[in-house]
Design a protein around this ligand. Sequence first.
Ligand SMILES: Nc1ncnc2c1ncn2[C@@H]1O[C@H](COP(=O)(O)OP(=O)(O)O)[C@@H](O)[C@H]1O
Ligand SMILES: [Mg+2]
Length: 211
Amino acid sequence: MSFQFPDQFFVTGTDTNVGKTVVSAMLTIGLNGTYWKPVQSGLEPITDTEYVRSVTQLDESHFLPERFRLTEPLSPHLSARLDGVEIHLSDFELPHAARSPLIVEGAGGLLVPLNDKDLIIDLIQKFQLPVCLVSRTQLGTINHTLLSIRQLQQANIPILGVIMNGPLNEENKRAFAHFGQIPILGELEPLEDINPATLRSAFERLFPKAP
Ligand SMILES: Nc1ncnc2c1ncn2[C@@H]1O[C@H](COP(=O)(O)OP(=O)(O)O)[C@@H](O)[C@H]1O
Ligand SMILES: [Mg+2]
């Protein structure tokens, strides 16, 4: 493979709805790994874990249960409060994954609060996981991406690279590499249908096997 993924890593994004779950699904099926969403905010219509299970059709052995399942699709600190739950960093332990790699999907972006003092980035730091950053390709993404990279660098969190999700954009790709000084792992174009076959072929396109 052109890029060697580590045994465990964290998938974060520049924002909510940037494609973290779709990218995680592609990586879980492509790497034959385990998907874990420690904090799920919003249970309807389906959770991210249920979505990944449905689009990959992978069996139960590829999934771990969430640590927190919060009812409302809001920032975890708020959703937890509404559920009468308190989230503490000490509640989390990196689970053992029978199938490596372990792919951990965050909630929203890096500075999303889990409680009154801890943010998603603190959870990443606690887990000591390297990060794969999912970014949009369209206007606005340079700012979001570079801000996220700065935060990760400040916290000394290793960055595997960026996966750009959306219509190809050469200029933004160049800007990420130039200003962010980190690798662009791949570009995932919009998939017409998201299913095991399209996810597998997208993975093979992004990460071709070394000859
Ligand atoms: N590459 C893609 N092709 C087609 N649809 C996509 C793609 N990436 C994301 N989407 C769609 O965009 C929406 C947000 O993606 P999602 O992965 O759930 O974002 P996040 O996990 O960052 O909130 C979903 O409806 C998803 O199906
Ligand atoms: Mg998601």
